[in-house]
Design a protein around this ligand. Structure first.
Ligand SMILES: C[S@@+](CC[C@H](N)C(=O)[O-])C[C@H]1O[C@@H](n2cnc3c(N)ncnc32)[C@H](O)[C@@H]1O
Length: 284
């Protein structure tokens, strides 16, 4: 992929996350940008998503090793996880390549929290941390770069805590993008085994998959009708302009239809093609 295409892809991903943040926050009071953790006793419905997200944060926090004091939250989103960790007494810094999300986090966090506004791969600091946390941000960073950078910013005996989606080797169309291939990730970690020791590996795919079904329902029942109504309104006011916009946007719209309504993007498929894992590695 050319440098320009790579840059455009990163930019549209960031903008996608920012749109998700704005909509989630205002319509359903979501504070986080992750899948959440569904337990058996929960009804899978949109208004429970914020509870699933809180449960996920509790799970993450329960895996922070005893004795850790300083944490670097890589890809801090809106800063809610860091806020929770500050309240628990940890000393936090964050990394955020998105100016919009960094600004949200800044409003929420204490003045002494440094938010490095850059991609993790480009982070330059003399600071060292007991834990580097990747909550659904690892998938955006080449694993080798993430490992090298983490080794350089971790204190001796420090930990990398990764909670994210990975791709399995199942054949076929998944419909859900994202995640490094687990096989490649394992190979990178094997190469790094002299420096990093695996402490915990938990598979939480079953507990994260329901969010995919919710997302598709939302698109079908809210996104599509709203888009249709906006188009109707625009056509009545500016028929020619609307025609032009629709013609320009048609490919994107078709892609969205295929993505959300093509039948591949389901919780069941997610379980087959993705593996959502919590990994804890200790720097030797
Ligand atoms: C799915 S959101 C997760 C946000 C938050 N950690 C959470 O769990 O709610 C992904 C986050 O990763 C960040 N991100 C994307 N690429 C990154 C990179 N190369 N380095 C650091 N952060 C990155 C995004 O800006 C966003 O904050």
């Amino acid at each position: 992929m050319s440098k320009k295409r790579k840059k455009n892809k990163s930019l549209s991903r960031e903008i996608g996350l920012e749109i998700g943040a704005v909509c989630g926050k205002h319509f359903i009071k979501l504070e986080h940008l992750h899948y959440g953790y569904w337990t058996e006793d929960m009804d899978v419905e949109i208004f429970n998503l914020h509870i699933a997200q809180e449960k996920y944060v509790e799970l993450l926090i329960s895996h922070i090793p005893d004795g850790a004091k300083t944490i670097l939250d890589v890809g801090c989103g809106m800063g809610q996880i860091s806020r929770k960790l500050l309240d628990k007494g940890y000393k936090m810094d964050c990394v955020s390549p998105s100016a919009y999300l960094a600004e949200c986090a800044r409003k929420l966090l204490d003045d002494d929290v440094t938010i490095f506004e850059c991609f993790y791969e480009q982070l330059e600091t003399d600071k060292r941390y007991d834990v580097v946390l990747f909550s659904e941000s690892f998938q955006y960073i080449p694993p080798k770069d993430a490992v090298a950078k983490s080794l350089s910013v971790l204190n001796p005996g420090g930990h990398m805590l990764i909670c994210d989606i990975f791709q399995t080797e199942a054949e076929g169309r998944c419909g859900v993008s994202g995640g490094h291939r687990l096989k490649n990730f394992n190979a990178v970690m094997k190469d790094a085994e002299d420096a990093l020791e695996l402490v915990t590996d938990i598979d939480i795919t079953e507990n994260t998959a329901p969010t995919i079904d919710i997302e598709c329902d939302l698109f079908r029942n809210v996104g599509l009708p709203v888009m249709g109504l906006v188009e109707k309104l625009m056509r009545s006011r500016h028929p020619w302009l609307t025609k032009l916009i629709m013609w320009k946007a048609q490919k994107k719209i078709d892609r969205m239809h295929k993505k959300y309504l093509g039948g591949d993007r389901t919780g069941e498929n997610f379980k087959k093609y993705k593996s959502y894992r919590l990994f804890l590695y200790k720097k030797k």
